[in-house]
Design a protein around this ligand. Structure first.
Ligand SMILES: O=C(O)C(=O)C[C@H](O)[C@H](O)CO
Length: 327
C-alpha cells in the first residue's frame, strides 16, 4: 500500500507529554522588548501547546510538568484544567519558581523571545518522576528537544522517558524543536537530539533542523537522514507549502493551506504535531495526518498566542472548507 494511504498502528491508551510550561507575556506594541509598555498574558510551552491541540480535537492528554505555587504556576494549572488536559502528573516544587517568557510583536518574520526559566520548577524534573509513571496504559509519548537542555536532570529524564516508553511498547513521537540558546553547547545539542531521534518511531523535523543535525539540505535528504538514524516514519515540515513523509521505502507530499496574512509563527510546529498526532490516533491515513497537521500549523499562524487558536473539529472543518491549498 502507498505510504500516504497507510495508517500507523498505535495501541489504545493515554497520550503522555512531558515538558515545561511558562506564563507568556506577549508585547502589544512592536519594538524592543525592553521598551514595550503593555503585554498580554497567556500560557506557552511546546509540549503543552501540543496537549491543547490534541485536547481540542477530542483526546485527553496527560501532561507531566513541575510548577511552583506562584501566579505563573497557578495560571498554567487553571489553563490546563480549562483545556481538558489531565493534571494528574503535575507536581510542585516550591524551592523554585515557575518559568515565564516574553515574546515581541512583529508585522513580518519570527518574533523575538526572552526566557526566565533557568532553575525553574520544571527544570527539576528528573528520571525519578518518569519512573513513577505507569506506562502500561500509555499509547503514545510525545517529546520535544526543549525538555533535554533545561538541566542535567531533565536531560536524564528525557532519555528515561524514551527508554521507558519503548520498553513498555508505547509509540514514540519526537519533534527536535531546536533551542540553541538554552543548550550548554551546540555539540551536546546535536549529539543528544540525534540520539533521541534514533529511538523514536516518528520524527517531525523541519528542513532547518535536518541541516543543523545532519547537514541535509532538502526535504528528501532531511527525511532520509532521520530514517538512516533509526526512525520508522519521518514527517518533514515544508512551511506553508506543505509536508513530506517517508518510511524509507515510499514517500508522500501533502500541500498546505494558504492564509492571507501571518500574525505570529510561534507554535505552528506544535500545531502541526498536534494535528498529525491526533489524526494518527484517530486511525486516519498518513496523508490525512499530514493534511490535519498542515491545517493546524496554518491556523496557528493566525493567532498571537502560542495555542489559543487551536481548533475544535468543527472549527477545523470550517477552516479547511474556506481556505485554498498551496500549489
Ligand atoms: O520556546 C519555548 O521553549 C517554548 O516552549 C515556548 C513556546 O510555546 C514554543 O516555543 C512554541 O513552540
Amino acid at each position: 500500500m502507498a505510504l500516504g494511504e497507510s495508517t500507523v498502528a498505535i495501541r489504545p491508551g493515554k497520550v503522555l507529554l512531558v515538558g515545561e510550561a511558562m506564563t507568556l507575556f506577549t508585547a502589544e506594541q512592536e519594538g524592543d522588548l525592553a521598551e514595550v509598555s503593555t503585554f498580554g498574558a497567556s500560557v506557552a510551552g511546546a509540549e503543552l501547546n501540543v496537549c491543547v491541540g490534541l485536547s481540542r480535537l477530542g483526546q485527553k492528554p496527560v501532561y507531566m510538568t513541575k510548577l511552583a505555587h506562584d501566579p505563573a504556576g497557578d495560571r498554567i494549572r487553571a489553563f490546563m484544567e480549562r483545556n481538558g488536559i489531565d493534571t494528574s502528573l503535575v507536581s510542585y516544587d516550591d524551592d523554585h519558581l515557575t518559568g515565564f517568557m516574553m515574546k515581541s510583536k512583529v508585522s513580518h518574520g519570527d518574533p523575538k523571545t526572552a526566557y526566565w526559566r533557568k532553575n525553574s520548577a520544571a527544570s527539576t524534573l528528573s528520571p525519578a518522576d518518569v519512573d513513577a509513571v505507569d506506562f502500561s496504559d500509555i499509547s503514545l509519548v510525545h517529546l520535544t528537544g526543549i525538555l533535554p537542555p533545561l538541566s542535567e536532570t531533565t536531560l536524564a529524564a528525557a532519555k528515561e522517558l524514551i527508554a521507558k516508553a519503548r520498553e513498555n511498547g508505547a509509540y514514540v513521537s519526537f519533534d527536535p524543536n531546536l533551542r540553541p540558546a538554552i543548550w550548554p553547547s551546540l555539540d551536546l545539542m546535536r549529539k543528544t537530539l540525534v540520539e533521541l531521534a534514533a529511538q523514536s518511531d516518528l520524527v517531525l523535523p523541519g528542513v532547518g533542523e535536518g541541516r543543523e543535525l545532519f547537514g541535509a539540505d532538502d526535504l528528501a535528504s532531511t527525511a532520509q537522514a532521520f530514517i538512516d538514524n533509526g526512525a520508522k516514519l519521518v514527517v518533514v515540515k515544508d512551511g506553508p507549502a506543505g509536508a513530506y513523509a517517508t518510511d524509507g521505502n515510499d514517500s508522500t507530499y501533502v500541500h498546505g493551506f494558504v492564509v492571507d496574512k501571518v500574525v505570529d509563527t510561534v507554535g505552528c510546529g506544535d500545531g502541526f504535531a498536534a494535528g498529525t498526532l491526533s489524526a494518527l490516533l484517530d486511525g486516519r491515513t498518513v496523508d490525512e495526518a499530514l493534511e490535519r497537521g498542515c491545517a493546524l500549523g496554518a491556523i496557528q499562524t493566525q493567532f498571537v498566542s502560542d495555542n489559543e487558536g487551536l481548533p475544535t473539529p468543527e472549527e477545523l472543518e470550517a477552516f479547511k472548507a474556506s481556505h485554498r491549498r498551496a500549489e
